[in-house]
Write a new protein. Sequence first.
Length: 514
Amino acid sequence: MIRTDLIASIPELLNRHAAARGEKIAFEDATEKITYGELLKSTANLAGHFADLDLKVGESVALFLPNSVRWVETCFAILRAGGVCVPISYDSTKAEVLYRLQDAQCKIIVSTAEKSDLIAEARNSSPSLKYIILTGEISDLGNVISYDRLGENLSKTQPRDPEDIDCVSYIVYTSGTTGQAKGVLLNTRGMLWITAACWGPITNMSEDDVVLSPLPLFHSYALNLSVLAILALGASEYIMEKFSTDEVLALAREGRFTVIPGVPTMFHYLLEQSGDNSGPGLAGVRMCVSAGAIMPAALNEQFEARFGIPLLDGYGITETSTMVTMNWPSGGRIMGSCGLPLPGLAVRLLDPDTGQDVETGKEGELIVSGPNVMLGYHQKEAETAAALKNGWYYTGDLAVSDKHGFLTITGRLKELIIRGGQNIAPAEVEDIVKECESVLDCAIVGMPHEHLGEVPAAFVVVRDGFEIGREAILDHCKSRLSKYKIPADIYEIQEIPRTGSGKIKRFLLKDMID
C-alpha cells in the first residue's frame, strides 16, 4: 500500500530520474523548462556555489522567489548543499520577510532584482544574513551575487549530497489565521512519506502524469505535492506564477495536463467561470485534488457534475507535512467529508474538556500520530510542548467520524464562536450563506458582544449583477440554522482575505470593523 520506493534523499531521486528519463521535462513555467538531466546538473552546480559561500550543514537559506522553475531548482540545491530551505511568500511584506530571516537565522537569501531594496533594508536588521543572490538584471552588484552568473560559471566544489532524510530540511512558516507565524520543522522523510502513502497509492499519480499547478510553492501543500512529489514520481509539471481562472482554463484546453491541484476557492472560480455545459472544459484532465481549506459538499458535487472528473478532497496541515486524510477515487465517498486517514497514520478525536476519546459521530479535537508529524516549532519550546504530546500532534481542529471512518472537519477550537455558551462553527454557517443566489463567497467571524460574549457576523462577496439582499440571506439562514447561529450582521466586501492555502484570515476581517 505505502510506496516506500518513493522515500529517498533528494540527490538519490535526482540521479534515479536523470538516469531513467534524463530528456524528459521535469518542470516548466511560462519562460523556462528543465529536464531531469539538466536539473541534476544545475542543482549540483548551485549547491557547490552555496558551499563556496561557506554555507555549513544545517544552516538556513531563505527562498524568496516567485513560483518558477528557479524556485524548484533553488530548493533542491539548498538541500544538496546540506542547508535548510526556508520558503518565503513572494508577496510578503518587509516586516514578514525580516521576521523570517531573523527567526530562521538565514545565512543566504535567494530572490529577484525586483526585491533588492526590500532585502537591503531587511539585511541591516538580520545579523545572520551574509549573502544575497538575485535573479534578473542587477545594475550594481556590490555585495550582491548574480544568480544568472552562478548558473553560467561551474563551481569546482561538489555538492555534499547528504543522505540523512531525518534531519531538519525545511522551516515552513504556518500561514496562520491568527498571531505571528511559527516555523514548522519538517524533514524529507516525513514530506515524501505523504507521496508514498497518498499521492502515489491513493490518487495514482505516476511518471505518466503532467500536472498543472497554480499553488503557491512556499506553502507546505505545494512544496509537498507540486515540488517533492513530482520529483519522487518522475512526473512533469507546469508551474503557474499565480492562479488565474482564465489561464487555468486556457492551459487545460491544450489537453496535455492530467492533474490539477488547488484549494476550494480556485475550484469555485473555475466552476463559476466555466458557465454551463457549453463552456470550456478541462480536456485531458483525469483528476483534481483539493486541500488547504474545507471543501463544501455542494461545490464538490457541482464541479464533478460540470466537468465529469473527480475532485478529491483531503485534509492536511503544515505540522503534519500536509495530508492527514484523503478521499479515494474508487469506493464510496461522502461529499463534504475530507476522507479517510492515510494508511499508516493514526488519528483520534478527543473531547476538548475531558481529553477522552469521543464516541463515533461526536465532535472532538483531531490528534495525529505518524511519520509525517513535524519535529517541532523552530525556537519555540513552549508551543512545541503544547502541540506535541506523547507522540501525538494536537491539531486544534474539530472533526467528527462516521462508522466507516470518514472524517468531516467541523471547525477549529480557536475559531469557534461562543455565543452565550453555545458553540458555533464558522464553516457550518458559511456553507449555508453560500447557498444564497447573490453570494459568491463568505466568511463568518465572531464579533464581541456586551452580553453574549460573541455573535457571528457574515462578510460576503456578492456575485456580479446581484444586490447583496441582506433580508433574503437572513431568511435563508433562519430556515436552515438554529437561531443562535444566524449572523447578527452582514457586511459586503470585495474579496475574502485568504492565506496561500485558502484559509480565511478572520483576524483581518475583524480589524475592518473594530
